[in-house]
Write a protein that binds this ligand. Structure first.
Ligand code: ZN
Length: 189
């Protein structure tokens, strides 16, 4: 019997926390029941072309899209969306529609931006979720528990006022614990 009520599972965490690996593990369980599935990923995340690839070497085919409106349930029971933070607020309504249609929806994304602030549509998706996996990484500075995403530009911590999404810049990201997470110029609270 196939339930007609959808479910949303959000896999959140910082950079290098294994979100794609966990997604592939969760999706692979559906092979037992023969559920059809599709993975969407945002075109900003072009590291691996049209594949969802984890650092453990696991990978699955993905459809590369630019807008949330390109996401369609079609005949697939299971819908996965990678890097949700890039899609903007429109993704929340798309996910609501998929759930109303009875889909099983998996979403991965950064819950915090490089400043340590809630990232885009992720807080809303986490509030809508039936289940949340909040993953941690290893801090690349002290080897503690990494929960933050550090942006580094030209070898220096990125300042608070640098743009939220840099495309093709000289920046890179690494996992940090809260103690090692540096955001120069953070306004006083
Ligand atoms: Zn640390």
């Amino acid at each position: 019997m196939v339930a007609n009520v959808g479910r949303l599972h959000v896999i959140a965490g910082c950079m290098s926390s294994g979100k794609t690996g966990e997604l592939i593990r969760l999706l692979s369980r559906h092979a037992v029941t023969g559920d059809t599935m599709v993975i969407y990923k945002h075109c900003v995340d072009s590291r691996d072309g049209s594949r969802a690839r984890s650092r453990l070497g696991m990978e699955m085919e993905a459809l590369v899209i630019e807008h949330a409106r390109e996401i369609s349930g079609d005949d697939c029971r299971v819908i996965a969306i990678e890097e949700a933070q890039f899609f903007g607020d429109a993704l929340a309504d798309v996910v609501r529609r998929l759930l109303a249609e009875g889909h099983l929806v998996y979403v991965t994304g950064l819950n915090q931006d490089f400043r340590g602030e809630p990232f885009g549509v992720m807080p809303e998706l986490m509030a809508l979720a039936d289940e949340i996996s909040l993953l941690t990484a290893i801090c690349q500075k002290c080897h503690g528990v990494g929960t933050r995403t550090q942006r580094v530009i030209d070898g220096e911590p990125a300042p608070w006022d640098s743009p939220l999404i840099l495309v093709g810049g000289g920046d890179f990201y690494e996992a940090r614990c809260p103690d090692c997470h540096e955001v120069p110029g953070r306004p006083a609270t």
